[in-house]
Design a protein around this ligand. Structure first.
Ligand SMILES: [Mg+2]
Length: 372
């Protein structure tokens, strides 16, 4: 069985209200799907993260169509990791000339589609192929709560059954601190409050913010500084030893996971299979950090196709913690697949069935696909 075609399928919908993040506002939700077809009629689907920068959804088309697809077309379709290694080797020098993250995210989606194809062909769930299903139910935290009133949004998430809620900061220090206090008041002392800075701070500002945020008893503070500013992370770790830190959604190299685990620079590690190089790279990262006693709390900010893949990664990982669930209004996110993966009372189940256990909704994909 050989690969006949690798396609980039970009689905895009405009948001009624832009979503503010410290690095800019999202005006659209873009879902970068990857479809791999074989010469005997099998199909596998993956997802590449195309959230930021805003033009990434166009860049990714070129990387997949001109850079990766020609490498794979004609190759043996079930050689998952061999083909992953081939893509990595062919693009290695470009990660220094251009963007490590962009190339890693492109490879992630294609590699993910290869795993789905392997699962669909063998009749096995991807989590089984990754080494075994260790759990089928996952406790989620809610992210994407309403930005105009985070306290009300957090209370809504708790009312919907979530026991953990994430808020974003990076919009002005005084405002951030006031918002964090308001959210804590709204959810009470027993709900886990996760705070995400999206790499917004330099070291002096991170110091001030972490000192202030200790008052709201965060479950974790995520990415206070640039993800590869390890000197700053060492300082913060030394100065705030009791404050849990989360890191990893912007890590694209196994040696960075190893460094953070070796030095204990974070408490929760967040590989994103749509970004870090795919399912194999996520498993490598998980094994590395688990060996140091650190739990994996996988990241995913995309469609429910990638969400299903992330659950298979979490199902196969030994030591895990909370799973991210985006609760912002984004109908296309859910409609990309036929299955309903929305958590109930903050819990979500691993989709059953071969591959990632989800069926792409081809009508919705065709209706929302951008021809690029
Ligand atoms: Mg984050």
């Amino acid at each position: 069985m050989r690969i006949s075609r690798v396609s980039y399928v970009l689905c895009r919908s405009e948001l009624e209200r832009p979503i503010p993040l410290s690095c800019g506002a999202l005006t659209h939700r873009n879902f970068g799907l990857i479809r791999i077809d074989t010469d005997d009629g099998m199909t596998g689907w993956g997802e590449t993260s195309v959230n930021f920068p805003p033009w990434t959804y166009r860049e990714r088309a070129a990387t997949v169509q001109e850079g990766l697809a020609p490498l794979l077309e004609g190759e043996a379709a079930l050689d998952t990791l061999r083909l992953r290694d081939m893509m990595v080797a062919a693009t290695r020098s470009f990660t220094r000339m251009w963007s490590e993250g962009a190339i890693s995210q492109a490879i992630s989606g294609v590699e993910m589609a290869l795993w789905d194809l392997l699962g669909k062909t063998t009749g096995l769930p991807v989590a089984t192929l990754l080494g075994g299903i260790r759990r089928r139910e996952f406790r989620c935290y809610a992210t994407g709560i309403r930005a105009d009133d985070p306290a009300a949004g957090a209370a809504d998430a708790v009312a919907a059954g979530y026991r953990a809620v994430k808020m974003r900061i990076g919009f002005g220090d005084d405002k951030d601190i006031a918002t964090a206090k308001a959210v804590r008041t709204a959810i009470g002392p027993d709900i886990a409050l996760l705070i995400d800075a999206n790499q917004a701070f330099d070291l002096p500002r991170a110091r001030r913010m972490l000192a202030a945020l200790q008052d709201v008893d965060p479950y974790w503070v995520e990415e206070p500084v640039l993800s590869d500013d390890f000197d700053a992370q060492r300082r913060l770790r030394a100065e705030f030893p009791g404050l849990p830190l989360a890191w990893g959604e912007n890590a694209f190299r196994l040696d960075h996971y190893r460094l953070v685990a070796d030095e204990g620079l974070a408490d929760f590690i967040m590989p994103d299979p749509c970004r870090c190089g795919g399912m194999g790279a996520a498993m490598d990262a998980a094994r590395t950090v688990n060996a140091h006693g650190l739990p994996v709390s996988a990241h995913h900010y995309g469609s429910d196709l990638g969400f299903a893949a992330m659950l298979h990664f979490m199902a196969a990982t030994e030591h895990t913690d909370l799973v991210l669930r985006d609760v912002a209004a984004a109908p296309l996110r859910d409609a990309v697949v036929q299955e309903d993966l929305r958590p109930v009372d903050g819990m979500v189940r691993l989709p059953d069935g071969p591959g990632f256990g989800v069926t792409p909704n081809l009508d919705t994909i065709a209706e929302t696909r951008l021809d690029i």
